[in-house]
Write a protein that binds this ligand. Structure first.
Ligand code: HAM
Length: 436
């Protein structure tokens, strides 16, 4: 039986064109994170399942994790997210390092999902996190990193928005105004997390299963809030202003920076992962055909406690390559990367010129140029055919007469300019390749 040529469901084969696009995306991610002095880190592909059981939430554990028992009877998972690994690493060193600590990574992650637009089983995710920053300042900076990243791809406030909420505020409404138990509260969080994906009737039904009529009335007021002003009005009415002080101070800081053009209050943002304890956010694509989150994150104060360490404030986000690519494509912000990068194709006509042609390739590569040396003899017609097929703009031709004069002819296929150079005149060759 012949095997399938397709990759495993929900994963991608990255052919050179796809990989070039991905490398461009990763380069922008790295340079943006490093422009804020974030340091790179990485961790293992496999972790013990208990690491995720501790605080990642039941959906991840029950439905999404790839887990198996290893030969030593340990329950092991392919990482579905990076934050628990990061917390485990930070727990090892946080006492010794200067704070705030700013780290980034671009791991590939696996989740057992139903593959669809924007959701695959394997994706790469930029993670940026800050530990040990003063209240709200880390939150502001982490959003600034996300905005700078999208701006570096050419996006602006017409393309995306940041939807904000705060779990402390939601907890105050659910626990103090609505008097929910921890268990009811947990269930209602799951309802809120799903609220945008279900119909109004389905939402009502889910509420009726958890809430009495008075609780439901408050909940419906909450879930329909449209902006920060409506939120403060509801909090005043419920006498909960004190519980929103930190969040409103954070919003005020955002208003004083470029973030003001991007932020909106959204009561449906609570995030599916259990470890968040403060500000939570998602970055949404504004394109009508692509209304989904391309980035999600929030503050987590207690993650180090699972390692018996003292609490250390953490804030971060994950931004996935699948959703980012959909975003960039739907707004026309990315090239198709159809062609390989190259500065020059070097060809020779006969075996006798192999040595000087090969030496020229080496000399140019030593100057950080990308050189394709054609493997085999190529008469003029063939040499031009290769250059065209492989989309080289510049082609170097070395035949008997060039060799006799110690020269190379270089042709610019776009402008049709052609020029002869001495083989050792590397500087002028480079100028010719770069000027056009
Ligand atoms: P998350 O919301 O699960 O958060 O994922 C963050 C982003 O990763 C999503 O907004 C989406 O772009 C992308 N993503 C997630 N799952 C998939 C998938 N199955 N297919 C394609 N893209 C996906 C976290 O993972 C948190 N650990 C982020 C974080 C870092 N929070 C604090 N620090």
């Amino acid at each position: 039986m012949a095997l399938s040529k397709s990759p495993y469901r929900g994963t991608r084969d990255l052919f050179p064109q796809d990989k070039r696009k991905q490398q461009y995306i990763f380069d922008v991610m790295r340079t943006t994170a490093e422009s804020f002095c974030f340091e790179p880190y990485d961790g293992p592909l496999l972790e013990e399942v208990d690491l995720y059981r501790a605080k990642s939430g039941t959906e991840l554990i029950n439905e999404q994790i790839y887990a198996f028992i290893d030969r030593g009877e340990r329950e092991v998972a392919i990482r579905p997210e990076m934050t628990p690994t990061l917390a485990r690493m930070v727990a090892q060193i946080h006492r010794e390092v200067a704070k705030p600590l700013r780290w980034y990574a671009i791991p590939n992650l696996m989740r057992y999902e139903k593959p669809q637009r924007g959701r695959l089983r394997e994706h790469w995710q930029l993670n940026c996190d800050i530990f040990g920053a003063p209240e709200n300042l880390g939150e502001v900076e982490i959003l600034q990193v996300a905005v700078a990243l999208l701006k570096n791809f050419g996006a602006n406030q017409n393309h995306f928005e940041i939807l904000l909420n705060d779990r402390r505020v939601v907890d105050a409404i659910f626990k103090m105004a609505m008097q929910l138990t921890d268990e009811q509260c947990y269930k209602l969080y799951k309802v809120v997390d799903r609220s945008k994906k279900v119909t109004a009737e389905a939402l009502e039904k889910m509420c009726d299963e958890i809430l009495n009529p008075q609780q439901k009335q408050i909940f419906l007021q909450y879930i329909q809030l449209k902006n920060f002003g409506e939120l403060t009005n509801l909090l005043s009415k419920l006498n909960l202003n004190d519980h929103a002080k930190s969040f409103l101070q954070f919003v005020e800081l955002c208003q004083q920076s470029e973030l003001k053009d991007f932020i909106t209050y959204d009561p449906t943002i609570v995030r599916g992962l259990d470890y968040y304890t403060g500000v939570v956010f998602e970055i949404f694509d504004k394109h009508p055909d692509n209304r989904r989150a391309l980035c999600g994150g929030g503050a987590y104060a207690n993650l180090l406690q699972i390692f018996n360490e003292e609490p250390l404030a953490g804030i971060g986000f994950g931004l996935g390559d699948v959703t980012l690519l959909d975003f960039l494509q739907s707004h026309g912000l990315i090239d198709n990367y159809a062609h390989q990068n190259s500065n020059l194709l070097i060809t020779y006509q006969d075996e006798a010129q192999w040595k000087i042609a090969n030496q020229l390739a080496q000399d140019l590569r030593a100057n950080e140029l990308q050189i394709e040396f054609h493997l085999g003899e190529a008469k003029l017609k063939k040499a031009f055919q290769i250059a065209e097929k492989k989309q080289h703009q510049f082609i170097a031709l070395i035949g008997e007469s060039e060799a006799a004069n110690g020269e190379v002819q270089i042709k610019n296929q776009k402008t049709r300019d052609a020029k002869n150079f001495k083989l050792n005149d590397i500087k002028n060759i480079i100028d010719f390749l770069k000027a056009n």
